[in-house]
Design a protein around this ligand. Structure first.
Ligand SMILES: [Zn+2]
Length: 195
């Protein structure tokens, strides 16, 4: 599949009963150790529509670019992960609540939903199917590292994927850092009053 970032093989995976179909984008020959990998949670609003409420679209673009620059690597695009696993319509409701001043964590909780319901087992299964047992993971999220390791994929390095801060995403990024322990050092450069 030609993309604006380069050429990828698109490999589809049927889901188990009741789970979504999945897709992996593979560039070059990524088998072996320490493969550059992005385990990306789907975000229709950020990726298809270019919403800058979150940084998902920019992270996906950066990951694809980094993998092409590397010469080989994989993006597992995880369907069923909208809104950290709560689903698309609840995510839209949570975005609405964030307009009233709640942060992304408080909004999920106000809806009676988990802060993070994502399961990474299928990502580990896809990586194993591609012959990959250890990865350099493009992520700012320590939980993705621990979850992949729990499912048997060794993470030899975490590679930051830092999207520039803007007035639309600053509150969301701060909540991710302060409440979800994401590693976002670019926020150090932003004075608090620009929120
Ligand atoms: Zn998003």
């Amino acid at each position: 599949m030609p993309t604006r970032h380069g050429m990828f093989r698109a490999i589809g995976y049927a889901g188990r009963a009741g789970t979504p179909e999945q897709i992996a984008l593979v560039h070059g020959d990524p088998s072996g150790d320490d493969v550059l990998v992005r385990v990306h949670s789907e975000c229709l609003t950020g990726e298809a529509f270019g919403s800058i409420h979150c940084e998902c679209g920019e992270q996906l673009d950066s990951a694809l670019r980094a993998i092409v620059a590397e010469g080989a690597g994989v993006v597992t695009y995880l369907r069923g992960h909208e809104g950290r696993g709560i689903g698309l319509l609840p995510k839209l409701k949570a975005m609405r609540l964030q307009e009233t001043g709640l942060d992304t964590v408080e909004a999920n909780l106000a809806l009676g939903l988990p802060v993070d319901a994502r399961d990474y087992r299928v990502a580990a299964e896809i990586l194993r199917d591609l012959g990959i047992t250890s990865v350099r993971l493009l992520s700012n999220n320590p939980e993705k590292v621990s979850e992949l390791e729990r499912h048997g994929i060794r993470v030899s390095e975490r590679v930051p994927l830092l999207v520039p801060v803007n007035s639309s995403n600053v509150r969301y990024l701060r909540a991710k850092r302060e409440r979800l322990d994401h590693l976002l050092p670019q926020l150090d450069e932003v004075p608090h009053e620009t929120a």
